[in-house]
Ligand binder design. Structure first.
Ligand code: NAD
Ligand code: WQD
Length: 342
């Protein structure tokens, strides 16, 4: 069975392709490489022995997107990862984010409608909850004020899918990821942030390897157990496996609602300082960090109630914070070794 993955050259898309192949699916990818190269496709081939075809197509171009669907009429579903995802960039360039993330989604849905593709999975984000006050968040938690244009594209994207699904037969699943981190245990694929990372884990590994002189812990006087913010870090292979299960769930069509939404987190809140301690423990590296001021726009604490994904999809996140850090570190080390051997 063939699946079309958009954003297959990116971080989560690439890890999901590996899991899909391991579960017997064939995959084609569409990625314009606006935020990636084809490097991760080489890693996927080394891990799985399968060469993935990527259509280098901008999904904002309907004609080109249509041509991909025309050539792949036999796909059983689409997993739509492709999007821009950098929060500060979205604040600086909101129209870029609205254009890219929403036009691409509308174009994909137009093609799904025309080619009668039965199944659709969409990448959403815990950022749709805004500043949630009741923790852990459940899927019914009312969506708060979006804290960035990026988060707003996810809120609007979810609404577009809801309205589309009211009048179409497509079965859809929206997956709200919390904080995906880590890398495939082979260290052949992982996260490739462009420029200075905003996210915590690449900042930790890049500081530890010496790419950055030091890092700042944003805020140490929050009302949490150690004063730093709390997040629900989840291993990217656990996220990947949830997509395979979501697709299998949709393919096994008994009594399904036509649109369901699931939180993908571990359910465990981890502070920034706890994440750093876990990193130092598994790597043996003393991290050069300073306690600094709060980062504007940060929520103090957020973590998931993941019961729905567990019970409906039969999914269970398996990887703990130390192995999240271990695989992220092995990936960073492998990137350095590759540079040194060239
Ligand atoms: P990524 O940047 O590594 O991958 C996204 C890929 O989409 C890139 O390869 C990029 O080139 C491609 N792309 C973007 N716009 C495109 C377009 N118009 N046409 C074709 N290709 C396009 O990001 P990721 O971390 O793998 O994220 C995947 C999805 O998960 C995104 O929708 C993101 O918003 C969502 N998400 C990510 C996180 C996270 O922390 N990584 C958290 C929650 C949700
Ligand atoms: C985590 C914690 C920082 C860097 C973002 C997006 C969200 C989602 C996931 C896509 C926070 C702290 C960070 C640093 C630090 N992405 N930190 N020093 O902000 O939870 O979520 O990524 O959908 O939409 O907003 O993740 O990794 O940036 O931060 O202290 O150098 O680490 O303050 O408490 P965040 P993050």
């Amino acid at each position: 069975m063939k699946v079309l993955v958009t954003g297959g050259c990116g971080y989560i898309g690439a890890h999901t392709i590996v899991d899909l192949i391991n579960h017997g699916f064939d995959v084609v990818s569409v990625d314009s490489n606006i935020r990636s190269t084809t490097q991760l496709l080489d890693g996927i081939e080394k891990i799985t022995g399968k060469k993935i075809h990527n259509y280098k197509v901008d999904l904002c171009n309907l004609e080109d997107t249509h041509a991909v669907f025309h050539e792949n009429r036999d796909i059983v579903g689409v997993i739509h990862f492709a999007a821009l995802k950098t929060v500060p960039e979205s604040v600086a360039e909101p129209l870029l984010y609205f254009h890219n993330n929403l036009t691409s989604l509308v174009n994909i849905l137009k093609c799904i409608q025309e080619f009668k593709i039965p199944n659709f999975v969409f990448s959403s984000s815990c950022s749709v909850y805004g500043n949630a006050t009741a923790l852990p968040v459940v899927e019914e938690t009312p969506l708060g004020e979006a804290q960035s244009p990026y988060a707003r594209t996810k809120q609007i994207g979810e609404q577009i899918i809801q309205d589309y699904n009211k009048v179409n037969d497509t079965q859809s699943i929206i997956l709200r990821y919390f904080n995906p981190v880590g890398a495939h245990p082979s260290a052949l694929i992982g996260e490739l942030p462009l420029g200075k990372p905003d996210n915590l884990v690449p900042m930790i590994t890049q500081t530890a390897i010496g790419k950055r002189p030091k890092m700042i812990v944003f805020g140490h006087d929050y009302d949490t157990r150690d004063g730093s913010c709390i997040r629900d870090y989840i291993h990217v292979m656990d996220i990947a496996n949830a997509h395979t299960r979501a697709l299998q769930y949709l393919l096994d069509k008994k009594n399904k609602a036509n649109l369901e939404t699931f939180n993908l987190g571990t359910g465990n809140g981890v502070t920034v300082l706890e994440a750093i301690n876990a990193f130092e423990k598994i790597s043996g590296v003393k991290l050069n960090y300073e306690l600094g001021p709060r980062r504007p726009g940060d929520v103090i604490a957020i973590y998931a109630n993941n019961s729905l994904a567990k019970s409906r999809l039969g999914w269970e996140p398996k990887i703990g914070i130390e192995d999240m850090m271990r695989t992220a570190w092995q990936w960073e080390v492998s990137l350095r070794d590759k540079v040194l051997s060239n």
